[in-house]
Design a protein around this ligand. Sequence first.
Ligand code: NAD
Length: 493
Amino acid sequence: SIELSDATLPIIDSVCTPGYDRTELVTGIVHVGVGGFHRAHQAMYLDRLLATDPTARDWAICGVGVRPGDAAMRDALHAQDGLYTLTLKSPDGNTDTGVIGSIVDYLYAPDDPERVIETMASPQTQIVSLTVTEGGYNFAPSTGEFDASDPEVVADLRPGATPVTVFGLVTEALRRRRDRGVESFTVMSCDNIQGNGEVAHRTFETFARLKDPDLADWIAAHTRFPSSMVDRITPATPSGLRAEVVDRTGVDDRWPVVAEPFTQWVLEDAFSMGRPALETVGVQVVDDVAPYELMKLRLLNAGHQALCYFGHLMGYRYVHDAASDPLIRELLQRYMAEEGRPTLLAVPGVDLDDYCATLIDRFSNPAIADTIARLCQDSSDRIPKWLVPVVREQLAAGRAVQLSAAVVAAWTRYAEGVDEHGAPITVVDPLADMLVPLARRSRHDPLAFIGNRDLFGDLVDDNHFVRPYLWALDRLRARGARQTLGELLDHPD
Ligand code: NAD
């Protein structure tokens, strides 16, 4: 097999490789949080642009990792000159692998934070983009307040501290740009958060204000934070993918990526400096992203949440298996139609019937082997951002919330950490130490879990939510997930 690197690119003929000269590229984008999604999505779009537009050379990407877990990405990408393979798998078994060349450098911040800051501060850098997860913006879900008590934030706020957080690194780079008379870069969030641009704006400006109020004013005046809707289901790299790619293509990639063929990126046209001509490679560049992001977060992401807890409790471990169960399929269809869709804005140019049907097909794609475990992690960062707003808006409009309430009940039952056969469930959540005891306590103190106002706000005070929630939770414990879902959907055995 051929190990992937600049030197071996010319002898790889089994898959598509970058058709452009990588030595001529200039880093215009610094991206924090190079995981599977960034490599399947943004880096793929930039690769397409570099391949088709000779004037786009200034838009290569320098990846940055700030967490201990990112050392492995550093090692993989350094060994391969930033190159990696992206494999797209269709439900019909069609598989397409290509080499992506848009990431030309990777910096692991703990190795050399100064170099990360200087790369961001360089006048060549026009965009700092982010996929740091829903939890990465460090604000309380109910109040939207930045959590200044986070220990890493406290450390980064000390005068003269060497930054370790993304907030510390980015604001220090912005400070140097201001002091040197260099324009501000754009901060472009690509995380699955409603209003991700405004959230990023609030987060970075608040951090800056705590550190240096003048800098916060400068950011408010000069830094732009476009919102975006990003979509391509990208599972964590399965353990067998590397060997499979070698078998099929002869190319040995230390850390390949697999994703579905579907991809969408709707991006707000709000940039401090220049931006790449992404509209030429399939990105929808628009003035208002809000309708698109609501559609995606409340149908796809909230739909994933509807599927995953019931799915796990019913014994499924893969998303496609759960999505093929008629009861779960019906839950998804009805959640979307009855509770998700009524809260959406009109989405220009999108047929929502078609969008919903396509979503179920995408969830049913067996080839990408997306796991229920991936969807069940970090629930406390997800349910409050994706599903709670649906519940709130439905309640305010006097409309149905039974299905959403049952999803929250299924999360509660899941968070007990023990399944219906007594087997342990590993609850992967930053708040697991608090949530698991609360979920267990709700067996004798039924409102204990949803009484957490940081996560649920005042939903616990609203009977229209509490009644169907308690019904479902009680049912889940007494009869199990399958039976509960049957009764919920009016199909009792
Ligand atoms: P991943 O686990 O492969 O990568 C996550 C990256 O984020 C890692 O580099 C990690 O170090 C970094 N990170 C996590 N917490 C951080 C923090 N507090 N500060 C800085 N960096 C942090 O995950 P992924 O699949 O690449 O997904 C990342 C994000 O992309 C998601 O949380 C979501 O918001 C968005 N997204 C993912 C998908 C998908 O299908 N995977 C689809 C659309 C959007």
